[in-house]
Design a protein around this ligand. Structure first.
Ligand SMILES: NC(=O)c1ccc[n+]([C@@H]2O[C@H](COP(=O)([O-])OP(=O)(O)OC[C@H]3O[C@@H](n4cnc5c(N)ncnc54)[C@H](OP(=O)(O)O)[C@@H]3O)[C@@H](O)[C@H]2O)c1
Length: 335
């Protein structure tokens, strides 16, 4: 029986892009559940770009993380010992264990997972928070119509691939923007996009002009910066722009210079921020729809899996450098 709980702490607030030295591996005793608690072991740890903002104390997330504390993070875990009604050993849950092998829970904010055919890790990706972001953001804010042109950046990640596939399934023509030939190939051949632009290999403005002859009706923006500037030059009248994320800026010490918004005005475009938590009421619908599409073979996703908790810091740093391919996860099996 294991007694040690391996954990990863935030060692210091990173400056610029995070490095492994910003984290510290640590060991503590496995805690014992009191009445009203259960102990669970982490099976999957989600790595999400917003952690970088929590690390620098951004107020949006309502989470406080100080150096010396266990890194925050969403997890799939299995109940080991339960002293809380409704939870039994063996139950699978989504919760927030953070970067550690074992954690206690009082059941708050925990979601029990159904025992079904879909992989557990999907609940941290396309069936979880990133999936809801892409699904609800695209449907509620983008409103893609059949035949319209929809552009999605970070197009193969969990948010982008959900947003893009939802638009495709709504009948739109989807153009991805991604950072390698391999990602673009996946976007076209697996996700079913009409085309995908490798912004590292082509001039983005020229490529958008060629790929979007009818201009861009919906842009789902996951990256901001120069990509957003390039899309601004190609908007259709009445375009909808969903500002979902600006990952490149999260590791900057000062915000980048603002985009030139003139073309947005000229195109009478709507520019609207998206916060996934406004759309939680659509979560069961998202899960139903995406599960059915997965089962029917209409919906794909990709995972970038590192094995072992000790790999979490470097895997997170890879995510923040943009070197992941698919939903970044750490496979944790403390035995
Ligand atoms: N608004 C919300 O409520 C909400 C909720 C969840 C996520 N988000 C945001 O949605 C975006 C996508 O998140 P995700 O979870 O699906 O992760 P993800 O796509 O796996 O994010 C990493 C990817 O971002 C792309 N990227 C582009 N420019 C980058 C840069 N300068 N530095 C690092 N990466 C860069 C890279 O893909 P390419 O190589 O293809 O460019 C990289 O693989 C993020 O901005 C995230 O913060 C927002």
């Amino acid at each position: 029986m294991r007694t040690a709980n391996r954990r990863v702490l935030l060692a210091r607030v990173p400056t610029g892009l995070p490095t492994p030295a910003d984290f510290k591996l640590d060991t503590a005793p496995i805690p014992e559940p009191l009445e009203g608690e259960f102990l669970c072991r982490t099976l999957w740890l989600s790595l999400d770009p917003y952690y970088r903002n929590v690390m620098k104390g951004h107020p949006l997330y309502g989470e406080v993380l100080r150096p010396g504390e266990v890194m925050i993070g969403e997890t799939v875990a299995q109940v080991v010992v339960s002293r809380l009604a409704g939870y039994a050993p063996g139950d699978y849950i989504v919760g927030r264990n953070g970067w550690q092998e074992f954690a206690l829970s009082k059941g708050e904010g925990v979601c029990k997972l159904p025992q079904e055919d879909l992989p557990l890790s999907a609940w941290l990706g396309v069936l979880g928070m990133p999936g809801l972001t892409g699904y609800a953001g695209m449907l509620e804010l983008g409103g893609p119509e059949p035949g319209e042109t929809v552009v999605v950046s970070a197009a193969t990640g969990p948010v982008g691939s959900t947003a893009g596939q939802v638009a495709r399934l709504a009948g739109a023509r989807v153009i991805g923007i991604a950072g390698s030939a391999e990602k673009c190939d996946y976007a076209v051949h697996e996700l079913g996009y009409a085309a995908c632009i490798n912004y590292r290999a082509q001039d983005l403005r020229d490529a958008l002009e060629k790929a979007c002859p009818d201009r861009i009706h919906v842009y789902f923006d996951n990256v901001g910066g120069e990509t957003l500037n390039a899309v601004f030059t190609r908007l259709a009248r009445g375009a909808r722009i969903i500002l979902c994320g600006m990952i490149g800026a999260y590791s900057m010490e000062t915000p980048p210079a603002g985009p030139w918004l003139g073309p947005v005005v000229a195109a009478r475009a709507h520019l609207q921020g998206l916060v996934v938590y406004d759309h939680l009421h659509r979560q069961s619908e998202q899960v139903r729809a995406v599960s059915a599409w997965i089962r029917a073979g209409h919906f794909k996703w990709k995972e970038d899996v590192s094995v072992g908790l000790e790999r979490a810091p470097e895997a997170f740093c890879r995510l923040m450098r943009g070197e992941n391919f698919g939903k970044a996860l750490v496979r944790i099996d403390p035995g």
